[in-house]
Design a protein around this ligand. Structure first.
Ligand code: ZN
Length: 410
């Protein structure tokens, strides 16, 4: 019997079956295109007690050792991590030896910003290739999967942490119990744990089925945080709403004996209940909307293509690969996918085999329409593409509703 990863309930409701998908970050080299691709079913269920959305099918962790997402490719994420460093500075710089640990530090963008402000930092990240980018930024990184044993040994060598941060990582973790044990080992008794993740409420209400892929094993609600932390002697002390990644939560937690009164946490949980996150009907309606959006977008692209229009995509994101694979959008509809991330350029999208190219190609080839696959960064992408825009190019946004935008023409 499968249990909810956070609250351990058995009331799991399977509401979305997206079919067999390759790993969303499994971009391919040209010489791999003829080889069979590993595919895993992508079935999604919701916990009717805490609202956690989780992927039913587990992929062994070793597949994720080489990672191609780097936030520094995005200006929005630069601003975001500078903002986080400012927000946490009063905690992280409280004393000269205060240590801040970032679990899943990726390319070190946040810790680099904190170091510039005088903070003492340590990163932990299992992705070997990305860790080199963090080290090049001057950030010390332990290149391992976080386990309770590693947490204890880091505490021995570096001392307890005043702040433990994990951004855009928590929903990747299969064994949250082991992760929380490790956080407990790292954190000082009065330390603060800060987590940023997409909010399951946004995912449901903004039709963000594309946020579901094998690396994103959970999508959390406030209720799921409260229930999980309680099992580890911690309490949620504050919650902030963020705009990144299509709507995220920043959750602060401390040991229960340290915690201040819970403030508005109960109000968040009540809001989640009011908006139906603990009811099966909400997820049935979500499945129907996702099916309708798929039909709308695929027929729009098909009609444009049939009329002779040239189409390309923007944003070779992991979540975009859920959308491309579930919708079946491949080279028959799009000529290429542009992306600023040089690690992805020259590769092909998993499953759909679209070539990933540098954004300069957009002006060279002038497609009539650009499908903004990374629609959660649409504002930034449309702003950057001013020359394409000025030349009359149009943008198609797939979610939260299908929308055609030509900012110059309208
Ligand atoms: Zn649950």
């Amino acid at each position: 019997m499968k249990l909810c990863r956070t609250c351990k309930s058995e009331r799991l409701y399977v509401f979305l079956e997206l079919g067999d998908h390759p790993l969303a970050n499994g971009f391919l080299r040209a010489d791999q295109l003829d080889e069979p691709e590993l595919r895993f079913p992508l079935d999604v269920h919701a916990c009717l007690d805490c609202g956690l959305i989780q992927v039913a099918d587990h992929v062994p962790a070793g597949y994720f050792r080489h990672y191609v997402y780097v936030p520094s490719a995005s200006e929005v994420m630069h601003d975001h991590f500078r903002g986080l460093a400012d927000r946490l500075a009063p905690l992280a710089l409280a004393s000269p030896d205060a240590l801040t640990i970032d679990i899943g530090c990726n390319d070190g963008l946040f810790l680099g910003a904190l170091q510039e402000r005088g903070g003492r930092t340590l990163g932990i990240d299992p992705a070997t290739n990305i860790v080199e980018l963090a080290r090049a930024r001057g950030v010390e990184v332990v290149n391992e999967y976080l386990t309770p044993e590693l947490g204890a040994s880091i505490r021995d060598t570096h001392g307890p942490a005043s702040v433990v941060v994990t951004t855009n990582t928590f929903h990747h973790v299969d064994d949250l119990d082991a992760f929380m044990e490790a956080v407990g080992a790292l954190l000082a008794d009065d330390g603060v744990f800060v987590v940023e993740v997409p909010h399951a409420l946004e995912i449901v209400e903004q039709n963000e089925f594309d946020g579901v892929y094998h690396e994103h094993v959970s999508q959390l609600t406030v209720k799921s945080f409260v229930d999980l932390f309680r099992r580890f002697g911690m309490a949620v002390t504050a919650i902030e709403r963020l705009d990144v990644h299509g709507g995220s939560l920043r959750v602060f937690a401390q040991g229960e004996d340290q915690a201040r009164p819970p403030g508005d946490v109960e109000a968040w949980v009540e809001e989640e209940r009011r908006r139906g996150l603990f009811e099966a009907a909400t997820y049935d309606a979500f499945r129907e909307r996702v099916g309708r959006l798929r039909e709308e977008l695929v027929s729009l692209l098909g009609d444009l293509r049939a009329s002779g229009a040239r189409l390309a995509g923007y944003g070779a994101s992991a979540r975009g690969n859920t959308l491309l694979n579930y919708y079946g959008i491949g080279p028959d509809l799009l000529d290429f996918v542009a992306d600023r991330n040089e690690l992805k350029q020259g590769l092909y999208t998993p499953g759909t085999h679209l070539p990933v190219v540098a954004p300069e190609r957009i002006l060279e080839e002038r497609p009539d329409h650009l499908l903004v696959i990374a629609w959660n960064f649409a504002d930034e992408i449309i702003r950057q593409q001013h020359a394409y825009r000025a030349a009359g190019g149009s943008f198609i946004l797939p979610l939260p509703e299908v929308r055609v935008a030509n900012p110059e023409g309208t």
